[in-house]
Design a protein around this ligand. Structure first.
Ligand code: SF4
Length: 359
């Protein structure tokens, strides 16, 4: 391997990024940066937290809504949890919304984001990847944020891949992270670490894709070991994924005229702190009694099933509905919301269930 290869890679990525950077709502692009604009750490942080769990097209409208409603970290810190959780509904992983809110409060109290990786790592909800991404993108620190895109590009550039076992992949990940960091270590003053990070991410998203990478259009193809060996798609060599286990449950949608009854879930646990229609337990096998856990004595009408995939399991939720009479007592903690407000406030799985139950 030529000794100046990392330098050549940095220069090629930088040049390509200057011409091909994706336009993203949270990004200060190369032209804006050249005109003297700097990234806003609050917006970088907000986007990175949202992107931990979803794709760019899904996150973008949420990001725009958060930015419009809470333009600064102080605004977000001052917001109530109910508002934040409802604005987050549909982004999943509600523990992250709670961490987001807690982090905003901490940062607002100290009046600014920490600028280095270790300081960022101490914030709620900020793990090693997110800390590195904020440090590199918002503060131009030479630290490598190794997301899935950078992991793939670097594993191919240096042909890092072993036997496809769990143990082999753990070793590969360390080697990929070390090579990625070596690219940033040598950046010096010639290339902005933030541009290098975003350039590698964009390259992975648009050229060095998981399947059929467009190597002929890649600015790195003369420097890429996997391409040279004619086996770009073989890298990274990951272990086969275990099947997600299935869980089964029921959701009970109480309707009263145009309103829907929702309950706020306990703060701890899955969908913690979010509004949901009442549900029974979620079990590993189909339920013996699908009406177990139904609130009140009503005539429950089955309306079908919704499926939802969480990180560690997939859920099959039988949906039941009933029309509540005026004399019906609202279950403890229940709130009646108009259908549109209920749909806006619900996380995706709850929205699927309520949509199915609406007449
Ligand atoms: S040459 Fe192909 S495999 Fe190598 S970095 Fe470029 S797109 Fe990826």
């Amino acid at each position: 391997m030529p000794v100046n290869r990392p330098g050549q890679i940095r220069t090629a990525v930088d040049k390509w990024y200057a011409a091909h950077a994706r336009v993203l709502p949270w990004r200060i692009g190369p032209a804006e940066r050249a005109a003297g604009q700097k990234p806003d750490p609050y917006l970088v942080w907000l986007s990175e937290i949202m992107l931990q769990q979803t794709t760019v097209p899904h996150a973008a409208p949420y990001f725009e809504r958060f930015r419009a409603r809470w333009p600064t970290v102080h605004d977000l810190a001052a917001a109530g949890w109910d508002e934040v959780s409802e604005a987050w509904a549909g982004l999943g992983y509600y523990s992250r919304a709670r961490n987001l809110h807690a982090c905003a409060k901490q940062v607002a109290a100290r009046d600014r984001f920490p600028q280095d990786r270790d300081g960022l790592l101490a914030l709620p909800g900020v793990g090693p990847y997110t800390a590195a991404a904020i440090a590199a993108i918002a503060f131009d620190q030479p630290v490598a944020p190794v997301d899935g895109n950078i992991e793939r590009v670097v594993s191919r550039l240096f042909a890092i891949g072993s036997d496809g076992s769990e143990g082999g992949w753990r070793v590969d990940k360390k080697a990929i992270a070390a090579q990625a960091q070596a690219l940033f270590d040598g950046a010096g003053s010639s290339v902005h670490p933030g541009d290098l990070a975003q350039g590698l991410m964009d390259l992975g998203a648009s050229i060095c894709t998981p399947r059929k990478p467009a190597c002929a259009a890649c600015p790195l193809h003369r420097l890429c070991a996997a391409y040279e060996a004619g086996e770009a798609e073989r890298f990274p060599v990951k272990p086969a994924k275990a099947d997600r286990p299935a869980r089964y449950g029921s959701a009970f949608v109480l309707l009263r005229g145009p309103n829907v009854m929702l309950l706020r879930r306990p703060q701890e646990g899955l969908l913690g702190g979010m509004l949901m229609p009442p549900t029974g337990a979620w079990l590993d096998a189909p339920l013996d009694d699908p009406l177990e856990g139904a609130p009140g004595r009503h005539h429950w009408e089955p309306v079908g099933e919704v499926r939802h995939v969480f990180t560690h399991f997939s859920l099959r939720l039988a949906v039941w509905r009933t029309q509540a009479g005026p004399a019906m007592r609202t279950p403890a903690g229940g709130v009646w919301l108009a259908q549109s407000a209920a749909l806006a406030a619900l996380p995706t799985v709850g929205r699927k269930a309520v949509r199915l139950a609406l007449p």
